[in-house]
Design a protein around this ligand. Structure first.
Ligand SMILES: Nc1ncnc2c1ncn2[C@@H]1O[C@H](COP(=O)(O)OP(=O)(O)O)[C@@H](O)[C@H]1O
Ligand SMILES: [Mg+2]
Length: 293
């Protein structure tokens, strides 16, 4: 195994953490350490956690600090290798055959190949970050296929040959853990579970992401959101909701809505499920009473 202690001028987890701040991403030391180790050991980074805790954004921020393009494979139910690797452009091939008349046409030329993210990452002329997003949405078969891809970074195209990465890309996988990932896939990666940030960190995220918001407002929203997450909600608010709720309430307040009414009137930005809103209705006043900014 080749261990590189310095990656793009980053020599340790602390330096990675500071670099991420420059990319507007606030990581705690555990996440910074896991990310640094994945880069240093040249292993895929597997980030698991609830929706909205910053997994996808972490991959983008890592791309940004390394100065690399992020190639994203968004997984979905039923995803197969043609969506992940490549497809032949059949209509274009048919047209070429018709137009060629009797003369020879190579229908397996590169211009008929539609690159999908995994092939795009292998073929990328410059170094990139490959983001395999929400891998838990795919099925076991696709996961096994991914495992193979991650072990040799090559793709065999029967009609044209094998494509191999000159240099393996930095890989980040994310999962919302709607199901358990296969042991073998997890073993290949550096694993990190992202929790909801603690209140100080989350207020910091709001201040970083929403420049118009006052710190007291950010803290109030973080307090309210933290309480909401303790309720048995269908869709607990993620960090994006905290940021947006802070912005929305700030806007309404600037237009004359007093606190805490501005929070209440913009609650649809934080709770996006009818049952959750109904469930919280009797208690929301008490939650907001304590958080008047
Ligand atoms: N640690 C963080 N630092 C800065 N912004 C964050 C952080 N975590 C979450 N966010 C914000 O929350 C949003 C949602 O995060 P995202 O990465 O899409 O969540 P996930 O992929 O885990 O569902 C991001 O667009 C970003 O604005
Ligand atoms: Mg995501």
């Amino acid at each position: 195994m080749v261990v590189r202690s310095s990656i793009g001028g980053i020599n340790n987890p602390q330096e990675l953490q500071s670099a991420l701040v420059g990319a507007q991403y606030i990581a705690d030391m555990e996440l910074a350490t896991a990310s640094y180790l994945a880069l240093a050991l040249q292993k895929p980074l597997l980030l698991e956690g609830a929706p909205g805790v910053g997994k996808t954004e972490a991959a983008k921020a890592i791309g940004s600090i390394l100065g690399r393009r992020v190639v994203r494979l968004q997984c979905f139910e039923g995803i197969d290798s043609s969506a992940a690797l490549y497809e032949w452009n059949y209509p274009a091939q048919m047209l070429a055959i018709r137009q060629a008349d009797e003369s020879y046409v190579n229908i397996y030329a590169d211009n008929f190949l539609l690159e999908r993210p995994l092939l795009e990452a292998l073929n990328s002329p410059e170094d990139c970050v490959l983001l395999i997003d929400e891998v838990d949405r795919s099925d076991h078969e696709f996961e096994a296929f991914l495992l193979e891809f991650l072990s040799d970074f090559q793709i065999s195209i029967p009609e044209t040959g094998t494509v191999r990465a000159t240099k393996p890309p930095v890989v980040v996988l994310t999962s919302n853990r709607t199901r358990d990932l296969h042991e073998a896939l997890r073993r290949r990666c550096v694993y990190h579970w992202i929790n909801y940030p603690d209140t100080a960190l989350e207020a910091e995220i709001v201040m970083t992401r929403a420049s118009s918001v006052a710190r007291s407002t950010a803290e109030s929203v973080v307090n309210a959101v933290t309480q909401l997450r303790q309720q048995p909600l269908v869709k607990p608010p993620g960090v994006a909701e905290t940021v947006e709720w802070s912005e929305a309430a700030t806007l309404l307040n600037s237009q004359g809505a007093p606190w805490p009414e501005a929070f209440l009137r913009s609650i649809g930005v934080a709770l996006k499920d009818h049952d959750d809103l109904e469930f919280m209705r009797p208690n929301i006043d008490s939650i907001l009473q304590g958080v008047a900014a």
